[in-house]
Design a protein around this ligand. Sequence first.
Ligand code: FPP
Length: 250
Amino acid sequence: MKKIDHGKLPQHIAIIMDGNGRWAEKHAFGRITGHRRGANSVKAVVKACREIGIKYLTLYAFSVENWLRPREEVDALMGLLDKYLRSELDEMLRNGIRLVAIGDIGSLSGPLRNMLEEAMEKTAHNEGMVLNLALSYGGRDEIVAAVKGILKDCQIGKITPQALTKELFSTYLYTADIPDPDLLIRTSGEYRLSNFLLWQSAYTEFYFSDVLWPDFRRRHLIEAIIEFQRRERRFGLTSNQLRRDGTYTG
Ligand code: FPP
């Protein structure tokens, strides 16, 4: 059996958890049951990432576009998030997992926001792994919010337009404190980015799995990591340049 090379782990894995609805249809359940089973995959993958030694895991749990789904489905997803935060907080504390979130967190309901903030506060000192939940997240909205922040800081004289670089721009994104993803996984056989981490995935390796998210488990994650480790990340350079300049570790 193929094994993970622990010296070449992706530092940051991002996942588009897709296929809950199709899983439910396939098994003649309602969509909400699909999401509930999807939450079990979340638990399994968080645990596996922590055990493998992944430092950052970002999960696309709810997009800005998802607000347009039927009311009952939105309510069920919010309920599952709430339940997840309540049931997993102790586990996060035990396993050194720090919870953070990206997205328009202000658009979540007061009680869910409070629960999220409490979990983030309680886990803030943990150093084992960062679990980053993308909630009410949209990549284009994130970029527009960053531009607005930059314009405001230019207006008040905190920065000048001339000082703007890609590095400074990145500090205005929701992900200011998080490195770009090395590996992005999308499940369910769809090949789209769906407004996820648009700026941050400029040099990310993409891995598409046919497995529907509720069926996704540790072994599928390991397959994705092994495939990532087979790839040569060149960041626009040539293979020869990378070999000469021994600093490349990706
Ligand atoms: C996409 O499947 C999935 C979502 C829109 C929500 C993801 C949510 C969870 C996995 C559960 C709750 C999350 C946490 C963090 C506890 P889809 O509904 O678009 O599937 P389909 O394309 O097959 O219809």
